[in-house]
Design a protein around this ligand. Sequence first.
Ligand code: NAP
Length: 278
Amino acid sequence: VTAAALTGRELATTIRAAAAVRAAELTVAGRQPRLAVVTATDDEASAAYVRSIANAAGKEGIACDLLRTTTAAGVSATLAQLADDPEVHGVMLQTPLPEGALLADLARAIPAGKDVDGASPESLGRVTAGLPAFAPATAEAVLALLDYYQVELHGRHAVVVGRSVVVGKPVAHLLLDRHATVTIGHSRTADLAAITRQADVLVVAAGRAGLIGPEHVSPGATVIDVGTNVTDAGQLAGDVDPAVAGVATALSPVPGGVGPVTTALLLRHVVEAAAAVG
Ligand code: NAP
């Protein structure tokens, strides 16, 4: 058996094309959608991700400003300024953050209407409560990919590995909203393989290359790999061992699975945020 590859590029292209059309309309109306990305790290993987967002935004007619600072106080001051800037429609705070700083804490300074990557506790609370809000783009991308490939969620057992505020928790809530029965595993989970083998749909967001091997997956499962790890050889690798393709029915590749859809949804959010103003 070889699992079907749940690639995200086609879906991402469709989402981006629609965002570009709306962006052009808004630009004609004098309101070009504008994203500001705040970074406070030298992390190369993170910098590459931010560059790819800026590049994608440019291609779709969305303005993108990169703002670099080095301290938590600098992040707060920058976010406060962006919150008040009517020209800026979307604000994203990129991790990793300075030592000791918490994303959910600093992101409180991003107003919900500009919180295009769903980073603030208000956005997470609204997503959890089923109120309108931007969900974190990565979490939404997981659901978008599952929908695109018509993977049934209703009544099925979804297991999420990872419980971060950015990915694991919001993904679990979105799956729950779609009537999946959800289990969340994490670093203290006893016998992770026994849990993940119960999954009809397995979503892995741990940030550990090769964490999930064939022994973690039951035949027939759909596996979504959110992990992005840079190997010693400088290659991008997911959390799922490629050998899982011999067991699962479907597996999203890294790169080329969740990643492109995440970027596309982030751009869609910026356009929606700009459209919602005024
Ligand atoms: P994170 O904040 O480091 O959280 C990782 C989670 O995985 C934690 O809940 C942790 O458990 C759990 N975990 C770590 N090691 C584990 C193990 N051995 N067994 C079971 N669970 C384990 O990371 P994140 O921000 O959620 O990101 C997760 C991954 O997704 C990373 O690779 C990141 O680069 C990637 N990512 C991809 C995209 C994309 O667009 N494709 C976007 C964002 C993030 P504890 O809570 O117990 O520590």
